[in-house]
Design a binder for this molecule. Structure first.
Ligand code: FES
Length: 392
């Protein structure tokens, strides 16, 4: 897992007003909460007093109140009240929790999990939606849902951009087992995202869509790819309209992922079709489940030679190259140490740790352990975007 990126970690509609919302992401317990002026706060859900989950407490006057001894943390993470103290002016500098930059946009809550200063941070991805807090696109209807996997998020993420698996895994939905070939495609890659446009041969339509549109279908334009680090897009132009599926693959820890999706469509606008749209998306995840859960090793290997790549895997290779660059920068979290140490609790460092170097030692929680950056050069770790088929 990589720190120092904007992660879409939750659908904004899930975060209530007036109470803390606990969420686990990248192996860390976080808490999201809304301020009285409509802002969103993301903080470490770990009280520096005795390690209680602060999200079990309440919100008072735009402060997060720990349920154990009532310490109150403000929007910047500073403790401003220790009820047991006779003198409230004597609050230790170390009484603070990490607060992460947080933005509500496109229907997701985006949290910058890392300590880069504002001008060093990669920008928030620009999704093809209106510039709004909610998932809005003029003329389109949005629905959302989620799916839980007992699998690593990178396996889940790569599955979502795997074009060649559809004719086999999704033969009962949108894949066409009679046409498994993937036309040669190029990857449009800019260091922040990677996309491919491919014409798909869909099978005869079934269910509601089949009854309304008839069974025979022409080739379908599709755009597949991802916004680094964790949001994938499947954009399909069907005869009856366009469908865009945005999925945030949220890493809970090394072995668990939640796919939180928002889809928008410009056809069948009535509420009656919402349930059908969600059901179709969940069915696709259910079809993917056995394959993704069965992959070994459970984590995507760093050694590109550890699996065999062919041309149709070019999108996944773009992801692996991008991931390698993040690790080469020294942003890879040693997730095994991070999550399994029972005596020393660490957290992903927030920008405040670097904004105030004079307070460098004023943090009770130490920083998450990082992986050693690769000593290989990119030339040694990179394979071509479109490798020649290795099958003779
Ligand atoms: Fe949070 Fe004591 S553990 S106030």
């Amino acid at each position: 897992m990589l720190m120092n990126y904007w992660y879409a970690i939750e659908q904004a509609s899930m975060v209530p007003e007036g109470e803390p919302y606990p969420i686990r992401a990248l192996g860390e317990d976080l808490v999201l909460w809304r301020t009285s002026d409509g802002g969103m706060v993301a903080q470490s859900d770990l009280c520096v007093h005795r390690g209680a989950l602060i999200s079990g407490g309440e919100l008072i006057d735009d402060c997060l109140v720990c349920p154990y001894h009532g310490w109150e943390y403000n929007t910047a993470g500073k403790c401003v009240k220790i009820p047991a103290n006779m003198d409230q002016t004597r609050i230790p500098k170390k009484a603070q929790i990490d607060t992460y930059p947080c933005v509500e946009k496109y229907g997701f809550v985006w949290v910058f999990l890392g300590d880069l200063l504002e001008d060093e941070r990669p920008p928030l991805p620009t999704l093809p939606l209106d510039d709004h807090k909610e998932a809005r696109l003029d003329g389109y209807k949005a629905t959302e849902g989620r799916y839980h996997w007992d699998a690593n998020y990178e396996r889940v993420l790569e599955n979502a951009i795997d074009i060649a698996h559809a004719p086999f895994v999704h033969r009962n939905t949108f894949g066409n087992p009679k046409k498994p070939q993937v036309e040669e495609y190029s990857v449009d890659e800019d260091g922040r995202s990677a996309f491919a446009i491919v014409e798909l041969d869909p099978p005869p339509a079934k269910g509601l869509w089949g009854r309304i549109r008839g069974k025979e279908r022409d080739k379908v334009w599709s755009k597949t790819g991802l916004y680094f680090p964790n949001v994938t897009l499947l954009n399909i132009r069907l005869p009856m309209g366009e469908f865009l599926l945005f999925t945030a693959a949220v890493p809970i820890d090394d072995n668990h992922t939640v796919s939180k999706f928002i889809n928008v469509r410009n056809f069948f606008q009535g509420n009656w079709a919402d349930r059908d749209s969600i059901k179709r998306t969940l069915k696709i995840f259910e079809e993917d489940g056995p394959q993704v859960l069965g992959q070994r090793p459970e984590l995507v290997p760093f050694d590109l030679q550890a699996e065999l790549h062919v041309k149709s895997d070019a999108l996944q290779l773009a992801y692996r190259r991008w991931r390698q660059e993040g690790h080469d920068r020294g942003w890879g979290i040693d997730s095994h140490k991070f999550m399994t140490h029972k005596e020393v609790k660490t957290v992903i460092p927030s920008p405040a740790r670097r904004e105030n170097p004079e307070l460098a030692n004023a943090w009770v929680m130490k920083e998450a352990p990082l992986r050693e950056p690769s000593t290989k050069t990119m030339d040694e770790t990179t394979v071509p975007a479109m490798p020649e088929s290795t099958v003779e």
